[in-house]
Design a protein around this ligand. Structure first.
Ligand SMILES: C[S@@+](CC[C@H](N)C(=O)[O-])C[C@H]1O[C@@H](n2cnc3c(N)ncnc32)[C@H](O)[C@@H]1O
Length: 207
């Protein structure tokens, strides 16, 4: 269900929890819910969510008892996520930081890293040049952000750590699989068929 409030923010619900989505912030969609539906976080885990958007996944992790760091490159998204954390009673469990990928967490280790990245291939001529585009624009081959994420992932996973991330069939799935296999990750996937693509949720663990 979506409700549009008078200040332009949308209101969405996930399993009874309510979230505001400010204009210019990614509205939780099938990819978000694919992660949310499979998010198993233990109490006391240290969780990093990259690209938190309106904060829904970070907030669900915090509600499960995790200590969360949530980042985004879009400051409006972080403001929206902060408000949602307050409204959902978990503001004190989430540390919000603005910045590019792992920049805000240099030198830090996590038990779980969550990322629903921008993964759609976008040709330069298709660009809209608006902040919301950062939410889906994966560059020409869809891999601009995900490749940088994968290359740094190991530096931020603690012993036995795992990563949960989304990938589209449109952005060279086999490159991700090859990367994980050759970098000693065990992984499993859950997939969801969409109209023009298939979404894959990767859950990977360091061997
Ligand atoms: C597909 S949206 C996901 C938002 C939210 N996690 C969800 O699942 O609904 C991707 C998010 O990543 C953010 N983002 C894009 N590039 C980023 C980067 N290089 N570093 C940090 N965040 C980034 C976008 O601003 C956007 O909020």
């Amino acid at each position: 269900m979506k409700i549009y409030s008078s200040d332009g923010a949308k209101i969405i619900f996930y399993k009874g929890d309510k979230f505001l989505v400010y204009p210019g912030v990614y509205e939780p969609a099938e990819d978000t819910f694919l992660v949310a539906d499979h998010l198993e976080v233990k109490c006391g885990e240290r969780v990093l969510e990259l690209g938190t958007g309106c904060g829904i996944l970070a907030i669900l992790a915090a509600k499960a008892g995790a200590e969360v760091v949530a980042t985004d490159i879009n400051p409006v998204a972080l403001e929206c996520a902060r408000v949602n954390a307050v409204e959902n009673g978990v503001f004190g469990r989430i540390d919000f930081r603005c910045g590019d990928l792992f920049d805000p967490v240099r030198g830090e280790l996590f038990d779980t890293i969550i990322f629903n990245p921008p993964y759609l291939p976008v040709e330069p001529k298709e660009k809209l040049n608006e902040p919301l585009e950062l939410a889906w624009d994966g560059g020409k081959n869809g891999r601009r952000v995900i490749d940088r994420f994968l290359n740094e992932l190991s530096l931020h996973l603690g012993p036995g750590g795992r990563a949960i991330f989304v990938q589209s069939s449109l952005s060279n799935l086999s490159k991700t699989i090859q990367f994980l296999e050759s970098n000693n990750f065990e992984f499993k996937t859950v997939n969801k068929k969409m109209f023009f693509e298939e979404l894959f949720l990767f859950q990977c663990y360091r061997r």
